[in-house]
Ligand binder design. Sequence first.
Ligand SMILES: [Mg+2]
Length: 712
Amino acid sequence: MSASDVKFTPDILVLVACDGNSETLAMATNIRKAGLSCVCFSNFHTMAEHWRYLEPAIILVDAAVADEFFRCRSENEVFQDLPVIEIVSPDIDSRVKALAAGAVDCIVKPVINEELFARLRTQLELQAAQRQFKLVNMQFATTLEKMGQGVCFFDADRRLVLSNRRYAEVYGIEPEAIIPGMRLEEIAELRYAAGACPPISHQEYLDWCDAVNSSPSPQNWSAELMSGKVIRVHHERTADGGWVSTHEDVTEHRDAERQITHLALHDPLTDLPNRAALKKELDVLIKKNREQDFPFAVLCLDLDRFKEVNDLFGHNAGDLLLCTIADRLRAISDEAFVARLGGDEFMVLAELDVKFASSLADRIIASLSEDADIDGTRVRIGVSIGVAVFPADGGSAGVLMSNADAALYRAKAEGRGTIRFFEPQMDQWLREKRSLQRDLHAALSRQQLAVVYQPQADIGGDIMGFEALLRWHHPTRGNVPPSVFIPIAEESSLIIELGEWVLRAACKEAASWPNELQIAVNLSPVQFKHGDLSNLVRSVLVDTGLSPDRLELEITEGVLIDDFERAIATLGRLKGLGVRIAMDDFGTGYSSLSYLQSFPFDKIKIDQSFIRQAGQSQSAAIIRAVIGLGRGLDLPVIAEGVESEDQLAFLTRESCHQVQGYLVGRPQPISVYARYVGREVPEMDQVRSKRDGDPLSQWRKEQSKRGLPQSL
Ligand SMILES: [Mg+2]
């Protein structure tokens, strides 16, 4: 309600303190007639008790009771804020006395109504104006205190007029220590004592404040204080030459900004710089070293056995191991820039030439090959390193990284714990390989892959079964040899998908044959490391209806070398299904007798490389030894790659049990061998078979001519 809104209404109560004389009572009656409420009181001692219910707006006091009224009023705080008008006698002393006692105004007897109402109205309007002012003042004070920013007003003499608590808190000063009237110098002293000052001297700071305030336009700045806090200030000069400023603690914002910038350039797990940061650093190094004509090395690292740690001990252990690796790399790489590119790939940039880069790579291999303690488990891994050196191996970040990567591929291909420096021919091979990798991913869905079947026969010529082999017919490259695409599939783990597809296709095919011949399917070491192989085989057998004793799984020594315990356990479960396990490519790897003895294999396959050179004494000795080994372990031996009569004659003499190779039959679509699996052969195909010559039947005739048994 504003002062001008005051109207005489019954809501406004006028108290009249009197001794009940007729003149005063008549005045009260006139007040009521004017539309106001009016109550006469003579007992002031009890008045306080009714006060809160009456809520009067103004008090009129008759001079006859004024002394007693003002005494009671002084004893009761609730009366203090109410305006009091005293009805006085005409002499000046009475008026002076009334005003001295606490009256805000006087009305001289005899009371004239017009004057009474004019003075009442004035006091009521004044009261309303005061209430309005108090309300605005309270709202302003509340707003000031609730603000998240510190606010202060200074006058032209650099004295504080007003500030809120937040202003003191922003600078770490007790709010009570800052009081209006203080000079800027005094407040600055408090700030310096609290460490909440800029990194300049006290006087320099005051001079700077003067300079800022001399500008007529608003100023904004952020200052980092000695305490580490960051304060954002908005400063505006006021018309009287003083200023008003707001102060906001933006330390958290700044920290968050830094954190975001850090995260954008760092790997969250190890806190090493990430690929983006590495790229930036590479660009800086290239620019700097090009000008100075200095070399620097890019070392591309890939951990050996890391996937096995993840598989065996879980991802948490893998993460802990990566952190350990990061710590070791930081420690060993001195001033080199170490980054994690993702997974188990790290990269190191070092301003070193070939010789010193080689020495750094040696130290990294030695450090990372040491056992790591992961939650009480000793874990041993290793690392392979590819190195490219600027400027010889590339002048841009992309080329250097790609060439270091190519060198790494070569290093990994040559065995674990190897360092290889980039050579130009690696680049070509890497590009080729990546292109093949891309195409291979799409090959299955584009139906470019097919399973072909190569017969396996006993030495007498009876077909025992077929080995299922995967073939890839590339639309532009033609047939890509398995020796090229299988390792590529194994690197990208695509082999898991391909392996399952071949197993399922071969088992389905074999299950459909009228003759219950065996079917041999190759397994990759990668299939042993990922997923549940025994469950897969079980489900394929169930789905296809193939009897387990017709399935032979061929594995290489690589399965056992990588993780012996796990592989043996998986082989045990596979064997438990009733399938047979053959040791493939025997003689090419470690040819370890202990591997052969460690598991009840069902067959040994002599690698075709020995059979091809069976005419040479060394290869003949090895073939003889493997056949002897099989005899000693009571294991049948099958020779792969049999292509000539001489080779067959040699194997027959050595009492090899079974043979496989072009002489028996090439890997072909199963339709070519339809009659051997017991299917009806269309007439046309029989004619064609007679014309082209059926290798199997011819070979069987030859064996008969020699008088050899048809089966062993
Ligand atoms: Mg094989």
